[in-house]
Design a protein around this ligand. Structure first.
Ligand code: IDP
Ligand code: MG
Length: 142
């Protein structure tokens, strides 16, 4: 079954939006199978964002994502990756569709409230950075 990693970023946690964002994603019908709050280390941030190492915003991105606690979650279900990307909206909140999480809660292209994996393969890797196999729950979503 397809899975995706979601992070509620520090800007959104600080504004009391953790529950709202998790709730919006649960409302897509996907099954929440893992959830935790943590403060990402520099090392974890660099591993998670390694594909962006050469981009000009990389250092700021690492500073931002390690600036405060985040909420990490795994959702499972048919087309979990694309369902979550659609619910999140475009990277830049100003360009995100009306009703999307980033449009409603993102502050700017960097402080955009939420992360979601961009492919099934990326999701598998990202989930393994944040969760052990025994932290992924198995239940029937009704
Ligand atoms: P995504 O989060 O929509 O997949 P990516 O291109 O993978 O977007 O970028 C990862 C994260 O890096 C974004 O969510 C955002 O926080 C940050 N970011 C992306 N582009 C820019 C930029 O042009 N300036 C500053 N930060 C950026
Ligand atoms: Mg991305």
């Amino acid at each position: 079954m397809e899975k995706s990693l979601v992070l509620v970023k520090p800007d959104a946690v600080a504004r009391g939006l953790s529950g709202t964002i998790v709730s919006r994603l649960e409302n897509t019908g996907l099954k929440l199978i893992a959830l935790k709050m943590l403060h990402m280390s520099q090392a974890l941030a660099e591993r998670h964002y390694a594909p962006h190492k050469e981009r000009p915003f990389f250092n700021n991105l690492i500073k931002f994502i390690t600036s405060g606690p985040i909420v990490a979650a795994v959702f499972e279900g048919d087309n979990a990756v694309s369902t979550i990307r659609t619910a999140m909206g475009a990277t830049d909140p100003a360009k995100a569709d009306a009703g999307s999480i980033r449009r409603d809660f993102g502050l700017d292209i960097e402080h955009n409230a939420v992360h979601g994996s961009d492919s099934v393969q990326t999701a598998e890797h990202e989930i393994s950075l944040f969760f052990g196999e025994n932290e992924l729950m198995n239940y029937v979503r009704k």
